[in-house]
Design a protein around this ligand. Structure first.
Ligand code: GLY
Ligand code: MN
Ligand code: MN
Length: 357
């Protein structure tokens, strides 16, 4: 037993359910180890069942935690739920953010009357936000190989190469370093394009005298990394340096504010106050950061609307930015593990303004 099914079972009474139907594949992977594309799990104090279809039986035999009883169902796995349930009256929780209206209707149709369907989302996610040491090791390893890919990118230079080409360089370097894939489509955005927080790379050559936002990450053994650096080609002017320095100070203040017990809202406020004091509050239109793990974006959130409190073992980004439409953007992002008295910064790429060709 990994301990994850027991920890999940311990959350069920307060959610008012006896058993949880887990349909989100990331959550299924977290609980069982299964990495295929069709599987679900039923977890409760007396029940640990994994269901897949014919195509994945062999894979499941290798991957799925032996604590789970493996069952095979038709391709529409919802049809297998009824047969896997324990006897007696049952409140069956389901992920209301994930189960479709159609699946819900089908479940209701097939389940006996003794089974009540109860919306119960975000339970596995509550476990996932606190990383186990082995998960942190994987995120750290993903971060290290992404960091190395960035050094390789800089070594080859930016000027005269297109944004798309540089994305290719980063992604190839990460795969060569051992990553399964990028954790998201990398962003390389130069000049005025860097003012778009989620810019798509273009077949446009990078010139001298531009700022280039580079946001990239690796996926290793299922775990993601996430980092952003903003690099100058040539010699940036005073105003550009000033904005860069402001974002850097906000980023450092955000990192320094992090420790278990702080709220995601308060950490966001600390970094945001620096940018507001510099007169660029209106140019920082997104949250300060997010959790990272099996998914590139997960809990906890660091933002003005977050209700999350930081806990030891959270892996979060701190990524303030200032975006000046038609001019340029600056974002600096580190990946951090929250500890009881502060944090460990996983990212090792230097943060002062790098000027390169
Ligand atoms: N890579 C997207 C983000 O930083 O959230
Ligand atoms: Mn990022
Ligand atoms: Mn991020």
């Amino acid at each position: 037993m990994t301990g994850r099914p027991e920890r999940l079972s311990a959350l069920l009474p307060e959610a008012g359910v006896d058993l949880l139907l887990v349909t989100n594949l990331v959550n299924v992977r977290y609980l069982t180890g299964y990495t295929g594309s069709n599987g679900l799990a039923l977890v409760g104090p007396q029940t640990c069942v994994f269901i897949t279809d014919f195509r994945y039986v062999e894979q499941a035999a290798v991957e799925v935690d032996p604590a789970f009883e493996r069952q095979r169902a038709a391709q529409d796995l919802i049809d297998g739920v009824s047969d896997a349930l324990p006897p007696g009256e049952l409140r069956l929780g389901f992920d209301d953010a994930q189960v479709t209206v159609r699946q819900h209707a089908r479940l209701r149709e097939q389940l006996p009357e003794r089974v009540e369907l109860v919306p119960a989302g975000q339970l596995v996610e509550r476990l996932r936000v606190i990383k186990e040491p082995q998960e942190i090791d994987r995120i750290r390893a993903a971060t290290q190989l992404a960091d190395a890919a960035f050094e390789q990118l800089l070594w080859g230079g930016l000027v005269g190469r297109t944004e798309s080409e540089l994305v290719g360089v980063l992604e190839r370097a990460m795969r060569e370093g051992g990553a399964q894939r990028p954790s998201f489509e990398a962003i390389v955005a130069a000049g005025p394009h860097s003012a778009l927080p989620h810019a798509h790379p273009r077949d446009v050559e990078i010139g001298r005298g531009e700022l280039v936002v580079i946001d990239w990450g690796a996926e290793l053994d299922g775990y993601c990394s996430d980092c952003t650096r903003t690099v100058a080609t040539g010699d940036p002017d005073a105003m550009t340096r000033e904005v860069y320095e402001l974002v850097l100070q906000a980023q450092i203040a955000g990192v320094e504010a992090i420790k278990a017990g702080m709220s995601g809202r308060d950490v966001d406020a600390v970094a945001r106050a620096v940018i507001e004091a510099g007169g660029h509050g209106d140019h920082f239109g997104h949250g300060l950061g997010h959790g990272v793990g099996l998914e590139i974006h997960e809990g906890p959130r660091l933002s003005q609307r977050s209700d999350d409190d930081l806990q030891s073992g959270n892996a979060v980004t701190v990524e303030p930015g200032v975006y000046l439409p038609g001019q340029f953007g600056v974002r600096i992002e580190d990946l951090i593990v929250v500890t009881d008295d502060g944090c460990e910064i996983l990212t090792s790429v230097r943060k002062h303004l790098i000027s390169t060709d």
